[in-house]
Design a protein around this ligand. Structure first.
Ligand SMILES: *Cc1c(COP(=O)(O)O)cnc(C)c1O
Length: 465
């Protein structure tokens, strides 16, 4: 299978190359040229499969032989071996025909483990085969960094550098990154905000001449196609558990960069009967404004209790736009050119298609806290602030009570104890057993000024030969 750029002017890549790259050279994002489609009979035949077996069925057509089947199965098995629950993605009922899909059972307690455990093992396999070494560089506002470090720490062919804004991530989030002491893992606390971190990463991807001969940067944010691909699986897994394909299901997703919900849209295109796809946003509501008022404009960033969704622009939305504009790369290039000024408008047909596919709802912090309390009072179930946003959005926009509504729980509440406390809950959510000593572990990170040459020379000194 070939992968093409959303802006239509970059060469098509194989699966292997698309995993080992970042943005396309024309500035677009890579998407598969065609999507696999599964018949209802075929999906029905998967109802007894384990999470790992299902993951193989869904990902194999995208991998398309780049990794031999037996090895792909091993990579999948290893990727989900560190999850704390046998079901990998268990469902919990929270209301009438309303379910929470717990995607926080992985090593770093956020759904990003689903994709980054897999990406780490996949990279390890591909690099070994190609006898190649790469450098992973990424910026994080919290959850991506720890999941990427956890995913790549055991890969001898990868040196990992993660930038986080100094003093602006939570203690749990920072410690999950900085207590991984390994000579191929490096945490940089940048004196700046998340955007400054991201600008360092973008500039470094744009000009990689600071790297040693033969090295290249690999992206671990959700512009990496392998991450989206791995996330399609849990939509099918949850649907099958609740009676699909005979019965349709709906999903609600707390959304930031549009990676997670885009995987849900792909599951629908691939044959899973999905009725509603609900986008929940916090006060950084560009997607909600776009769908409700055709207002896709950059606003000032707001810091909320759901920091992993604090974004001004959802980068993966470009992949969605590509489909909404019938895969016309020229149209997307023009649209993105408009957006450089800070805003753009969708045309009539694209907007009406988007409205047919998605519902959306926006919450401020007060409504998020109220939802945490509501869940605890009605079913003694403690949710993190991101998950609360998805649940409230589902309840506010739900069309049919007879169709199961599945709300994605993207983080464990113990990752965000401040929000839980602020909601007025008496007891702090407990970290899982394996992390009991997180606050006693040794930390290692380097504070660096907001200066590209300082960051790059730090990296040069630490990349292993
Ligand atoms: C990353 C993240 C999100 C947002 O996911 P996107 O794919 O960026 O839309 C939501 N919740 C949590 C806890 C996250 O870490």
């Amino acid at each position: 299978m070939k992968y093409i750029s959303t802006r239509g002017q970059a060469p098509a890549l194989s699966f292997e190359d698309v995993v080992l790259t970042g943005l396309a050279p024309d500035g677009g994002l890579y998407v598969p040229e065609t999507l696999p489609h599964f018949s209802q009979e075929e999906i029905a035949s998967w109802s007894a499969l384990s999470y790992e077996e299902l993951a193989f069925k869904i990902m194999a057509p995208f991998v398309d032989g780049a990794v031999p089947d037996a090895e792909l199965k091993t990579i999948i098995a290893e990727s989900y071996s560190k999850f704390r629950h046998q079901a990998i993605a268990p469902l919990v009922q929270t209301g009438h025909n309303e379910w929470v899909l717990e995607l926080f059972q992985g090593p770093t307690l956020a759904f990003k483990d689903f994709a980054l455990q897999f990406l780490g093992h996949l990279l390890d396999h591909l690099l070994e085969k190609r006898n190649q070494k790469v450098v992973v560089m990424g910026a994080t506002s919290g959850d991506t960094g720890s999941a990427a470090i956890e995913g790549c720490r055991n890969c001898d062919n990868i040196d990992t550098f993660i930038l986080h804004p100094h003093n602006r991530v939570s203690d749990v989030q920072r410690r999950q990154m900085t207590t991984v002491i390994a000579d191929n893992v490096h945490n940089i606390a940048l004196e700046g905000n998340f955007d400054d971190c991201q600008n360092m990463v973008k500039a470094s991807f744009g000009d990689q001449s600071f790297l040693p001969e033969g090295r290249q940067l690999v992206a671990v944010n959700s512009i990496n196609w392998a991450r989206i691909m791995a996330q399609i699986v849990y939509y099918f897994y949850a649907g099958l558990a609740l009676g699909s394909p005979a019965r349709p299901v709906s999903f609600s997703v707390p959304t930031g960069n549009f990676g997670d919900i885009f995987a849900g849209y792909l599951a629908k295109r691939m044959g899973l009967p999905i009725d509603q796809l609900v986008i929940g946003t916090n006060s950084n509501d560009i997607l909600h404004r776009c769908l409700s008022d055709n207002d896709h404009s950059k606003h000032q960033l707001v810091h909320t209790l759901s920091p992993s969704m604090d974004i001004m622009v959802s980068s993966n939305f470009e992949r969605m736009l590509f489909d909404l504009y019938d895969r016309d790369g020229d149209a997307i290039r023009n649209l993105m050119e408009d957006f450089k000024s800070g805003s753009m408008n969708l045309d009539e047909s694209a907007l009406s298609k988007a409205r047919e596919l998605f519902s959306s709802y926006k919450l401020d912090d007060d409504e998020t806290l109220a939802t945490i309390n509501e869940l605890f009072e009605t079913c003694e179930y403690l949710v993190d602030p991101h998950t609360a946003i998805g649940i409230r959005a589902a309840r506010a926009t739900r069309r049919r009570q007879d169709i199961p509504m599945i709300c994605l729980a993207t983080a464990h509440p113990a990752k965000f104890p401040e929000a839980v406390r602020k909601a007025g809950q008496e007891t702090d959510p407990q970290l899982p057993h394996h992390m009991n000593d997180l606050f006693e572990r040794e930390e290692r990170f380097e504070v660096l000024p907001q200066d590209l040459s300082a960051v790059q020379s730090f990296m040069q000194q630490r990349i292993r030969s």
